[in-house]
Each structure stands twice: as C-alpha cells, then as structure tokens.
Design a protein around this ligand. Structure first.
Ligand SMILES: O=C(O)CCC(=O)C(=O)O
Ligand SMILES: [Fe+2]
Length: 205
C-alpha cells in the first residue's frame, strides 16, 4: 500500500465534494446500503460507472431497488485518480470504470473486508484500487486477517492512497471510526459539507 499524503490539492478536493453533492442528489445518487449480515452502518453510498450491489457482491448496469443507472465517472475524477496511480509507480496503471463513493457520518464505519467483486482478470493481475479521502479524518485498519486487533491502524486525512488487491493475498481493510471535527475548515466553508468523510475508490472491473 502506498500513501500519498496531501496528494489531492485543496481546489480539487473542493471540486470533488461539490460534484459528489450534485451527483448524490440526482438519479443513482447516495443511498444507505444494507450489507450481507443485515448491518446498516452509518454510511451512504453511490456507485459511478457501474452499479455495485453490496448485498450480492456484484456489479450491474442498474440498481435493483429503484432501477437507477450509475452516473458516469466525471473526467476530472478519473484524471486525479490516474495521476495518483502513475505517481505510485510500483503499481500497474488502471483505466478506472468504477468509482465507489462512500459518505460516512461521524458515527460511520466499515467492517474489515476484502474487495473481491471485480473481474477475475482484474484481481489476478493485482490491479490497484486508488482511494481518495476527503473531509474528516478516519482511522483506517488493514491487515492479512479479519482480526481487528491484529490490524495496522493509520489515520486517513484528506489524502489518497492506493493498494493492490491480489487474488489469494487480498488485503483486509476497513474504517473503525471517523474523527469528529477534523476536516480542514476551508473545506466546510467552501462546500458547506456536512460533518463526516467522503471516500472514493477507483477500480477497473
Ligand atoms: O472508506 C474507506 O477508506 C474504505 C472504503 C472501502 O473499503 C470500500 O468501499 O470498499
Ligand atoms: Fe474496500
């Protein structure tokens, strides 16, 4: 995993938040998913490019509960993700066709999991996910097992990182909590963003 601290410039963070606010209110916008175990964490989700079904753990053109199509990934988003990808030069370059946008309220969290819903070919090639975090800082956990106590813990501020997912060796990761009132004040002033954190993961199916 590579962590590029402060990689996304403030004006780009502001632009991304405004675009997420706009897309989030439209068709295919933010909704509160339920997960396989029935959990409904304080998390809102929106899929761009392809629609991800977190219950079935698969992708499709539309989402089952309202038939909405996933909005297109804005070119500006792709450009930022691809620049991060080429900066982390140890990873192969991806052409993202999926972007999962998560909005965590201050009580939001995401249990340790592996991302394995992408195509066999993407997973066997070990293509990276490019992850961008904006807003309040999160405590991010990662490790080789689902055991939270053994996981490494890092703070993800408004930064970006990428991690490689490989078929047999896929990283467990999750968000234990979001730290209240840690977002940069200019972000709130410029966007009116509510307390919480936005995370975008760019993936190639
Ligand atoms: O919010 C994060 O940093 C992680 C998001 C994530 O793991 C996912 O959407 O699969
Ligand atoms: Fe994930």
């Amino acid at each position: 995993m590579v962590l590029l601290k402060g990689f996304v410039k403030p004006e780009d963070q502001i632009g991304m938040v405004c675009m997420c606010q706009q897309l989030g209110k439209g068709p295919g916008g933010f909704y509160r998913p339920s997960f396989k175990n029935g959990a409904k964490p304080n998390l809102w989700m929106m899929s761009l490019g392809k629609e991800r079904d977190p219950t079935l753990r698969s992708y499709g053109p539309t989402r089952p509960f309202d038939g909405a199509q996933a909005p297109t990934i804005p070119d500006a988003f792709k450009m930022i993700a691809q620049t991060a990808n080429s900066t982390a030069s140890e990873f192969p370059q991806i052409n993202p066709d999926i972007c999962i946008v998560n909005y965590y309220t201050n009580s939001g969290k995401l249990g340790l999991h592996q991302d394995k819903d992408e195509s066999e070919s993407s997973l066997t090639k070990g293509l990276p996910f490019i992850s961008i975090s904006i807003g309040d800082t999160a405590e991010f956990l990662f490790g080789d097992t689902r055991d939270q106590d053994q996981a490494t813990k890092i703070n993800l501020e408004s930064v970006t990182f990428s991690y490689s997912v490989e078929n047999q060796d896929s990283l467990f990761h999750g968000v234990s909590h979001v730290k209240t009132n840690t977002a940069p004040s200019w972000l709130k002033e410029e966007t009116g963003m509510r307390p919480g954190r936005i995370n975008l993961t760019f993936r190639q199916y």
